[in-house]
Design a protein around this ligand. Structure first.
Ligand code: VG1
Ligand code: CO
Length: 571
């Protein structure tokens, strides 16, 4: 039997959620009452009837310090009056599966869920931890609610917690008996399998029998890399157990608290083993490489798709999935596509497809939470971000494994009656570019600027908006502002856009997920018409003609301001 105690505390000033939850170094989370304050502040931002007696979902990607955060959240949740806890087995569940689990709760009975992840950021005692809170629709809470939570964190004076040293089991169901002024309340902790519900959902959403015909071909080889994150268990279940992909083609599928020292970020820099397997940098043209390679990030909401010796840029992936939506059961289950959306820095490739198909295409600020209203309002069926995120209305998070299944569906359909050579990813993309032209795309990140340097860069960019407009006929520039068509909220200062007449763009924004210092992201997008060179190297294209990286340095003066000679990372 446990009693509830009230603990006095002092506010922290830095508990503002960024693009996706609160991300900090583990050391920050280890400060006295840091986690307690934040969890309590989330409760304090709601009315008691929103959570009292309701179900609280708890999940995470298995990174270092999750166990501590989960135990605290159980104790604080129960002390605040939640009626039931559904805990992912051993705390392990991907972000998309957690969104599905929240959405699967009976209507009106769920408060929402805490997801402990810093996503693609590295993990371990000296690395990152993160906390996300998703509401009862399974989506990260919107901007307005984020601000309310931040206000609560600045005012907090006390938190409620169960007065017990007990550790609750994470692998079997249990019960907590709470003594509330002499009456006893029982709170159940149910354990939810990491993979079962999600895998069953994917079996409903996709034609697995059709996909199996693709894996039966002897000219189709598939490799997957779990990057030691939470996608591994789903990969093993779906790709190995169901599709029969041999184990040696599935790499790093056991989730590790420090991701084996890796940065679990599926891109050209951090998915190194996969780069080599797929020979993306064309280092050994004599080698036979797999037909499809893919990976997800730490919490399995991102995806990367490779064809042999090629990366499908995430912006192109969104465009190709939209173009081939009729081949994907998941996207057709409620009739034709409703509309599509992309984050502002994502290339305009999907806009061209949407235009041809007569679909509405929305442009929102960076961060999946901005798609939530459009999905809930039935305005879009599919959306994506340049940062390796793709998803649809089946849940309210981006979904790495789902995106891989979309590509497998496209390949399976295209090859359904094909007795000849495999119609692979390169053929599909080349056909796409011949029809729509190609939007060559890459991103430069300048990490760890100090506040003063960041302010100076912002000032330079704003100053150069007018200059840009006079530089060439048809040039446009602005600071991106979003008016949500559903709740009419306005999000200002979402990045600087410098645009050419043909749609090519240079975009700047500041990251909202880095756990230390300011990161400037510069996005380059160069459009080439169908009759131009469609098979060139991205790095060459962005520098050819008007040299985009050089222009970006001029517009921001970042090299002088921050004492740099080049970006920290190019993806
Ligand atoms: C980055 C990406 C953004 C993505 C966010 C969360 O944000 O640019 O597109 O939604 O990470 O992704 P920022 O503010 O650092 O640019 V995840 O998979 O890390 O939750
Ligand atoms: Co992620």
């Amino acid at each position: 039997m446990s009693k509830i105690k009230e603990v006095q505390t002092k506010p922290y000033t830095d508990q503002k959620m960024g693009t996706s939850g609160l991300r900090k170094k583990v050391k920050v989370y280890q400060q006295e009452n840091y986690i307690e304050n934040f969890i309590q502040s989330v409760f304090d931002s709601y009315k008691p009837e929103d959570y009292k007696g309701k179900t609280l979902i708890i999940a995470g990607d298995g990174r270092f310090y999750n166990d501590v955060a989960i135990q605290l959240t159980i104790k604080i949740g129960v002390a605040n009056g939640v009626g039931k806890i559904v805990l992912a087995e051993n705390g392990l569940m991907s972000t998309p599966a957690a969104s599905l689990l929240i959405r699967s709760q009976p209507k009106g009975e769920c408060y929402g869920g805490f997801i402990f992840t810093a996503s693609h950021n590295p993990g371990g005692p000296n690395e990152d931890m993160g906390i996300k809170f998703n509401g009862d629709n399974g989506a990260a809470i919107p901007e307005g609610k984020n601000n309310e939570v931040f206000e609560a964190t600045k005012k907090i004076t006390r938190y409620l917690i169960l007065d017990t040293e007990e550790k609750f089991p994470m692998d079997k169901p249990s019960e907590i008996k709470v003594d509330e002024n002499g009456t006893v309340r029982t709170v159940k902790i149910e354990i939810e399998s990491t993979t079962k519900r999600y895998v069953e959902e994917m079996q409903k959403l996709f034609d697995f029998d059709l996909i199996k015909t693709l894996f039966k071909r002897d000219d189709f080889t598939f490799v997957f890399d779990g990057l030691n994150g939470i996608s591994g268990p789903y990969g093993l279940e779906i790709f190995h157990n169901i599709f029969g992909v041999p184990m040696e083609n599935l790499d790093k599928c056991k989730p590790l608290p420090d991701f084996g020292g890796l940065h679990p970020d599926p891109n050209l820099v951090h998915a190194k083993d996969l780069d080599v397997k797929m020979d993306v940098f064309k280092k050994d043209l004599s080698k036979k490489v797999p037909d499809m390679g893919c990976a997800c990030d730490g919490d399995a909401d991102r995806n990367i798709i490779f064809g042999p010796r090629m990366l499908v840029s995430p912006s192109d992936s969104l465009a190709a999935i939209t173009n081939n939506a009729e081949l994907i059961k998941s996207l057709m289950r409620n009739g034709p596509l409703k509309g599509v959306a992309r984050s502002m820095p994502t290339s305009g490739a999907v806009d061209r497809v949407a235009k041809k198909k007569g679909l509405k295409c929305y442009e929102v600020p960076t961060g999946w939470k901005f798609f939530g209203n459009l999905l809930d309002d039935g305005r879009i069926s599919l959306c994506g971000e340049e940062s390796f995120g793709t998803g649809s209305d089946h849940i309210r998070e981006k979904d790495g494994v789902w995106a891989i299944l979309c590509w497998l569906s496209i390949l399976a359909q295209k090859n359904k009656d094909n007795k000849g050579k495999l119609i692979g990813i390169p053929e599909i993309m080349e056909e796409h570019w011949k029809c729509y032209g190609r939007d060559y795309y890459c991103r430069y990140d300048y990490e760890d600027l100090n506040n003063e340097q960041a302010a100076k860069v912002k000032e330079n960019l704003t100053k150069n908006i007018e200059t840009w407009k006079t530089m060439k006929e048809g040039n446009e520039a602005c600071i991106f502002e979003y008016n949500d068509p559903v709740d009419h909220s306005v999000s200002k200062n979402q990045g600087w856009i410098f645009k050419y007449k043909d749609g090519s763009r240079i975009i700047f924004r500041f990251s909202g997920t880095s756990s230390a210092g300011a990161t400037v992201r510069i996005y380059f997008e160069k459009h080439v018409e169908p009759d131009g060179d469609l098979l060139a190297d991205v790095a060459d294209v962005v520098k050819a003609g008007e040299n985009f990286p050089e222009l970006a340095v001029k517009l921001s003066d970042i090299h002088n301001v921050a004492g740099r000679t080049g970006p920290t990372v190019i993806t």
